[in-house]
Design a protein around this ligand. Structure first.
Ligand SMILES: Nc1ncnc2c1ncn2[C@@H]1O[C@H](COP(=O)(O)OP(=O)(O)OP(=O)(O)O)[C@@H](O)[C@H]1O
Ligand SMILES: [Mg+2]
Length: 621
């Protein structure tokens, strides 16, 4: 508009100048010869002009031309200046667009929110802000400010009054203040900028989806009327910042959940394994790698077939085929560890399809069941062993019974002959019969022991549990051993808790345990004799019965073998002391059958104590 009026007035000026010169020329010519001039006008149409006339005319045109040229030059200069100004504007606009673009690209590359906010205020052009820019996003507790030095600080530098904040919040519009000195609503409290004497203020809300999430503040030292373009640009910046905040907030939340998800996968007790469409490993968690004895890096990129033997591979090929058809499945599978051992697993396998429905691989959750498998194998083995042992015991029990019958008659008749029922025997015959009886008795004892033991093991002994009078049973056991003890010069003592009158037990079997322990105590006494003490006391809900002697004792290294079948601790014991090493094994079985246990303590060369327990009250079933 302005430009056009300029042009019109210039044209008027030109016309005026030419008009003035025209009149001037006319008067010059007139002065030269008026009459002649008149003549010229009326009569001398073909008169040749005088030299002066011609000169004046040429001067006129020359002058007019000079003025015209001068005008043109001036005009060109003006146009150039205008262009330069327009260029400047374009440049400025371009720079602003660039600024917005660079913030945009920052938003898209997922840098943390604080960096984005910094970038935003860093990029507010100096010519716009001049002095101080600040940004505050209360939801994330973040405030930054850029000082005139260009330094960026992370702190609140100003506060706005509540109604101003409400204005930003509700109206979502800009507030511009020409002179802060008369504006109580804006308080600058940061010491770092108080001395700057800031004059004007522009506050722009950061609006996102109709919500104000923060405010950008611009402060200048010179009082300033903010131009509309400037306000528009600052508003655009604030909008950009709002988007950035939201996006990086989302990204941070995403990152957080991703992190959570990752730690979940990494610390899962299950192996997680993903394959690509060809069956190669895309990902394994550390648990999976650990199960197979590899590192995660060693596994990635390798085909799943590399982690199994040929036999398992045939199975795996079928499985992969099924996955391609989209079936989900859970199955037992045997992988091979790096060290060649088997890894038994339960695999839950899911196919993965891409957006187009194309098979894209599989996700496997793998649970190690090797231990379980081993335990199962062990259980089967144990069952088989138990079965074999039971069968053996049954066989022994039957056989012992078969042996006992004829042996009893051998012993019976030998005894009769020994007593002279078949007539007087001479010395030699007596000697022979004596040997038969000794050997036979030994054999019968052995058979009885074996029979007992195998009956217990075969589960054929049923306890006859009743109220058992403790002192009476102990006395009976002592009676059985008394004679033998006297022979060995052994004194038997008893220490019985008077409270303990009855226990629930099989009288016969308890007597058997006691007799075994007592006969050992007597048998393994020193030649000089000694003392055997039977003591009975209450220990919790158990009766604790022990037999201690002052005999030969047991070496510490032999203690472990005591209660095993046919175990005699030293060679030659059976020749010297007799016996077969079954007594303690039977004691243990009988004590355990009652729900108690048995153990020994001993000092080699000083004596031993054998203790067994029986529950005071039998469990009611
Ligand atoms: N009181 C004890 N003092 C020292 N050694 C003992 C004592 N009791 C048992 N032993 C050792 O433990 C072994 C096993 O005892 P166990 O009663 O089972 O067998 P045994 O007495 O030799 O034979 P059996 O009891 O079958 O006639 C004995 O041979 C002996 O070496
Ligand atoms: Mg014995």
């Amino acid at each position: 508009m302005k430009e056009r009026t300029n042009h019109v007035s210039r044209a008027k000026q030109d016309l005026l100048i030419i008009f003035v010169f025209g009149i001037l020329v006319f008067f010059i010519l007139a002065q030269v010869d008026l009459d002649e001039t008149l003549d010229k006008i009326y009569y001398t149409k073909y008169k040749i002009w005088s030299l002066v006339e011609t000169a004046v005319l040429f001067s006129f045109f020359g002058f007019a031309f000079i003025i015209y040229s001068y005008r043109r030059i001036k005009e060109t200069k003006y146009a150039l200046l205008q262009r330069a100004q327009a260029d400047g504007m374009v440049q400025q606009q371009l720079m602003r667009i660039r600024t917005l673009q660079s913030i945009d690209s920052k938003i898209l590359s997922d840098v943390p929110m604080r960096d984005i906010l910094k970038t935003v205020i860093e990029n507010v052009p100096m010519e716009l802000s001049g002095d101080v820019v600040a940004i505050g996003v209360p939801d994330y507790g973040m405030s930054f400010a850029r000082l005139p030095s260009g330094d960026i600080i992370e702190e609140d530098i100003l506060s706005v009054s509540e109604d101003m904040a409400e204005w930003f919040e509700k109206q979502k519009e800009t507030i511009a203040v020409y002179d802060l000195a008369f504006e109580p609503r804006v308080k600058i409290f940061s010491e770092r900028i108080q001395n700057l004497k800031l004059a004007s203020y522009l506050g722009v809300p950061m609006v996102l989806r109709n919500r104000t999430i923060g405010v950008m503040h611009l402060l200048t030292r010179n009082s300033k009327d903010f131009a509309k373009e400037d306000i528009d640009f600052f508003t655009a910046l604030a909008g950009q910042a709002a988007i950035a905040v939201e996006r990086s907030g989302t990204i941070e939340a995403l990152r957080e959940s991703e992190e959570k998800y990752r730690t979940f996968i990494e610390t899962a007790n299950e192996g997680i394994w993903t394959l690509d469409a060809s069956g190669k490993t895309n990902y394994v968690n550390s648990m999976m790698a650990q199960m197979l004895g590899y590192t995660e890096e060693e596994m990635v990129g390798r085909h799943i077939f590399d982690f199994m033997d040929k036999e398992a591979r045939i199975e795996a090929e079928k499985n992969l085929e099924r996955r391609k058809q989209g079936t989900i499945a859970t199955y037992d599978f045997r992988f091979s560890r790096k060290d060649g051992t088997d890894l038994w697993t339960i695999v839950a396998s899911n196919p993965i399809f891409d957006k187009l429905g194309q098979y894209n691989g599989a996700l496997k959750m793998v649970t190690d069941i090797t231990e379980r498998k081993r335990a199962e194998e062990l259980r089967i083995e144990k069952e088989q062993l138990e079965y074999a042992s039971r069968a053996k015991s049954e066989f022994l029990a039957n056989m012992s019974h078969e042996l006992r019958t004829p042996l009893n008659s051998i012993l019976g008749f030998s005894q009769l002959m020994n007593d002279g029922a078949a007539g007087e025997l001479n010395e030699k015959q007596k000697h022979f019969i004596d040997n038969i009886i000794k050997g036979g008795t030994f054999l019968l004892n052995l058979i009885n022991d074996i029979l007992d033991l195998s009956k217990v093991e075969a589960g054929k002994i049923v306890l006859n549990v009743e109220k058992m009078p403790v002192p009476a049973v102990i006395d009976e056991a002592i009676t059985l051993i008394k004679e033998k003890a006297m022979k060995h010069n052994i004194n038997i003592k008893k220490e019985i808790d008077p409270e303990l009158k009855f226990i629930d037990a099989d009288k016969q079997r308890v007597k058997q345990i006691l007799f075994n322990l007592l006969s050992n105590a007597v048998k393994f006494s020193k030649e000089s004799g000694g003392t055997v003490i039977i003591s009975v006391k209450k220990e919790g809900d158990m009766a604790e019965i022990s037999v201690s002697d002052t005999g030969i004792g047991i070496k510490p290294e032999s203690m472990g073998k005591l209660f095993q079948k046919f175990e005699q601790l030293e060679r030659g014991i059976s020749e010297k002391y007799g016996g077969t090493g079954l007594g303690l094994a039977i004691c243990r079985q009988l004590a355990e059958l009652h729900g108690g246990r048995i153990w020994a303590e001993s000092k080699y060369g000083e004596g031993s104590t054998f203790t067994f327990t029986i529950p005071l009250e039998a469990k009611k079933e």
